[in-house]
Design a protein around this ligand. Structure first.
Ligand SMILES: Cc1ncc(C[n+]2csc(CCOP(=O)(O)OP(=O)(O)O)c2C)c(N)n1
Length: 470
């Protein structure tokens, strides 16, 4: 709330309501190393409601990431590491760019998909070298956005048991109460998707939250959602529970009242009690221990499975295999009477034979987009070794999941559909560009001359629209 006040803009409500949850996640559950944010086997964390960025920055600072108190004081300022919404690649410890609601939770599905595939590909009996959770904090807005429905339906179908979402059920959005526009039963909805659903009645009840997260970890064949009743802007005497707490600074007076209400000293500003900092900073040494233990486990794995281990390291480093470009087919326009999508399919299959981390699929158009890897099986619940992804008719979730797989690392993901339906993926494509990750898009049927399907299927502005995304 203080950082938002100093910036005189931002979103204090979510960080204030979710502080107890964040405390639990960062000190009792998540496995990460503040001194190596890129540790491959860390738990992933996605703040899907990216407007609550100050929550994430506060936790990164407290737990000892390279994010100083100065940066916290520079929240939302030009050139700071603490921009209004979290940016992947800018701030150490930010696993995903979020802000456009719905994208975060949907991208997290891709992260969990990548993890499950790497587990299937590389773990061996007695060697769980890939083994982490993907945690998400999501808000009403995230769950109202259509993309989250697509992605969470897919996650349920795939039984992604390592994905854990905490939904901040605060009954408030910008315009006021969720009674205005959002009255579905979220728990029943996720139950219908095949998720493991729990309810926590009070977001400040650490014991209930803790046992719910434990239970979520224990359910390994379904993704979990914890519907957690929270109060936006908790602690602010006059703004808690109102949309006023969502997206504006509390004001000096209300900030002072809030501190008083919470039993916090009025001065100094940005005060972090020494014992609190010491407590949180233990996470840095804990993180180093966790990563060292993992490295030892990898050493033991290397001793038993040297080739596999080398291959895993290569994939996690993002290095292409030697000779990946050998055997690439070439085509002669005059001689080969072949549709370009057919040529694309031939290339995908040639590459897939050389690049085992290449995996992908299509939004129910595999036969038309030629995106199947012939020699491989389908990626499915309990069969995550498959490299052919079945996204279903869910272009937007496909785009988000591709981003998640790419930011996760260890895999190279592609997805295909008709060029005209790139419109349905645009927000995810835009975020891929912002994050500088490069999933491969296979857009086919790119001509107005595609024929009998008619104008609904003819891409007219799509090349131009895609080209203006940097
Ligand atoms: C795709 C998209 N549409 C609109 C917005 C603008 N916006 C930011 S937060 C928000 C809704 C806030 O409600 P909720 O998600 O419940 O967050 P809370 O108020 O609980 O912090 C909206 C509409 C956005 N960030 N992304």
């Amino acid at each position: 709330a203080e950082a938002v006040q100093k910036a005189n803009s931002g979103h204090p409500g979510l960080p204030m309501e979710a502080a107890p949850l964040a405390y639990l996640l960062w000190t009792r559950f998540m496995r990460y190393n503040p001194e190596n944010p890129a540790w491959a086997n860390r738990d992933r964390f996605v703040l899907s409601a990216g407007h609550g960025s100050m929550l994430l920055y506060a936790m990164l600072h407290l737990t000892g990431y390279d994010l100083s108190l100065e940066e916290i004081k520079n929240f939302r300022q030009w050139n700071s590491l603490t921009p209004g919404h979290p940016e992947y690649g800018l701030t150490p410890g930010v696993d995903k760019t979020t802000g456009p609601l719905g994208q975060g939770i949907s991208t997290a599905v891709g992260m969990a998909m990548a993890e499950a595939h790497l587990v299937a590909r590389f773990n061996r009996p007695g060697h769980d070298v890939i083994d982490h959770f993907t945690y998400v904090i999501a808000s009403d807005g995230d769950l109202m956005e259509g993309v989250s429905s697509e992605a969470c339906s897919m996650a349920g179908h795939l039984g992604l048991g390592k994905m854990i979402v905490v939904y901040l059920d605060n009954h408030i959005t910008i315009e006021g109460s969720t009674d205005l526009a959002f009255s579905e039963n979220v728990g029943l909805r996720f139950d219908a998707y095949g998720w493991h659903v729990q309810r926590v009645m009070d977001g400040n009840d650490l014991a209930s939250l803790e046992s719910a997260i434990h239970a979520a970890q224990g359910v390994t064949d379904k993704p979990s959602i914890i519907v957690c009743r929270t109060i936006i802007g908790y602690g602010s005497p006059n703004r808690a529970g109102t949309s006023k707490a969502h997206g504006e600074a509390l004001g000096e007076e209300e900030l002072a009242l809030t501190k008083k209400n919470l039993g916090w000293p009025a001065e100094p500003a940005f005060y972090i009690p020494e014992d609190v900092l010491t407590h949180f900073r233990q996470m840095a040494s804990r993180g180093n221990e966790l990563e060292s233990a993992w490295k030892q486990a990898v050493d033991a794995y290397t001793a038993d499975h040297p080739d596999l281990s080398r291959e895993m390291q290569r994939c996690l480093n993002g290095d292409l295999p030697e000779g990946w470009e050998n055997d690439l087919p070439t085509f002669t326009p005059d001689l080969d009477d072949m549709a370009t999508r057919q040529a694309s399919g031939t290339v995908i299959n040639a590459l897939a034979a050389r690049i085992p981390e290449l995996m992908g699929g299509s939004a129910d158009l595999a036969g038309s987009t030629n995106t199947m890897i012939e020699a491989e099986t389908d990626y499915a619940a309990g069969h995550y070794i498959g490299r052919n992804l079945r996204f279903g008719v869910r272009e937007h979730a496909m785009g988000a999941a591709l981003n998640g797989m790419m930011v996760h690392g260890g895999v190279i993901a592609y997805g295909g559909t008709f060029l005209v339906f790139s419109d349905y993926m645009r927000p995810a494509i835009r975020l891929a560009a912002l994050m500088e990750v490069a999933p491969i898009y296979v857009f086919t049927h790119e001509s107005v001359g595609l024929g009998e399907d008619g104008p609904t299927h003819q891409p007219i502005e799509h090349y131009m629209a895609l080209r203006v995304i940097p």
